[in-house]
Design a protein around this ligand. Structure first.
Ligand SMILES: [Zn+2]
Length: 266
């Protein structure tokens, strides 16, 4: 064990697999270099010299992981549930996303978000930022400082979205690549994820450029798929040559060719 080792005494709940729920009463969890080495009922000779932090009668549980989080929807949470997906985006979400070209506004929201994640015990999160490069880079910097882990994606959109959050195709691809290069070696736990919002707001040319970046740098992808029947119909109209919605992502190497997180409503 190294100098960074710690032992925490407490009641511990641990889910070693999806199906199991292990309870260790009054036990010891040993942590080495930020990783759990093991859980022990008693301290043996191997562990004797390591400092013990005593949380007897408390509970230690694994932290939460949030696989889908839109940062600009944080100030809107719980609001506007009177609309379906597409009108909801237009009325409530896009106007909020437009505000993130103002880096001071963005910073206020980001700081509150990071504090709130800490408070509720979410230590890993996959984030959709907005189309704005400068704000997205600030989000990276704040997460790296915070100690929380995140995948962070600059959102890409070059059609069917209001002018104030509409990107030029080449700029969108270039800025995404600049962020990949800037942050690829800055942190082991804060990393880039390629983030086309969804097919209705991304042309084939944009999707191809993003898929190529994903393959070139081995960067994972996140997006949305078939959340709503109107959206599915719209994709059929926009991309009639594809047999279904998923095939559009698949054609451009955005559907499991690297790792992919897709938000899908059953
Ligand atoms: Zn989403």
């Amino acid at each position: 064990m190294d100098n960074n080792s710690r032992i925490f005494k407490s009641n511990i709940i641990f889910t070693s697999t999806k199906e199991t729920f292990d309870i260790y009463k009054n036990s010891y969890i040993a942590v080495e270099n930020g990783k759990v080495r093991g859980i022990y009922e008693k301290i043996d000779a191997n562990l004797e010299k390591i400092p013990i932090f005593d949380y007897t009668d408390k509970l230690i549980i694994p932290s939460f992981v949030d696989l889908h989080f839109h940062v600009p929807q944080f100030p809107n949470r719980g609001l506007g549930l009177d609309k379906e997906l597409l009108p909801w985006l237009e009325k409530y979400i896009f106007p909020e996303e437009g505000k993130y070209n103002d880096i001071e506004y963005a910073e206020k929201v980001y700081r509150k978000l990071i504090y709130e994640l800490w408070k509720v015990g979410t230590t890993r999160v996959s984030l959709f930022s907005s189309i704005h490069k400068e704000s997205t880079e600030l989000l990276f910097d704040l997460f790296i400082k915070s100690g929380l882990g995140a995948y962070i994606g600059k959102v890409n959109m070059n059609r069917n979205t209001p002018d104030y959050i509409l990107e030029d195709t080449k700029t969108s691809i270039r800025e995404t690549e600049e962020i990949i290069l800037k942050y690829k070696n800055k942190s082991d736990i804060v990393k880039t994820i390629i983030t086309p919002r969804f097919v209705p707001t991304c042309t084939s040319e944009l999707l191809k450029g993003l898929g190529d970046l994903s393959i070139k740098y081995n960067i994972p992808v996140q997006s949305h798929l078939s959340e709503n029947t109107n959206e599915i119909e719209w994709v059929k109209e926009l991309e009639p040559e594809f047999k279904d919605y998923a095939s559009v992502y698949n054609e451009f190497s955005l559907f499991g060719q690297t790792k992919t997180i897709i938000y899908l409503v059953e």
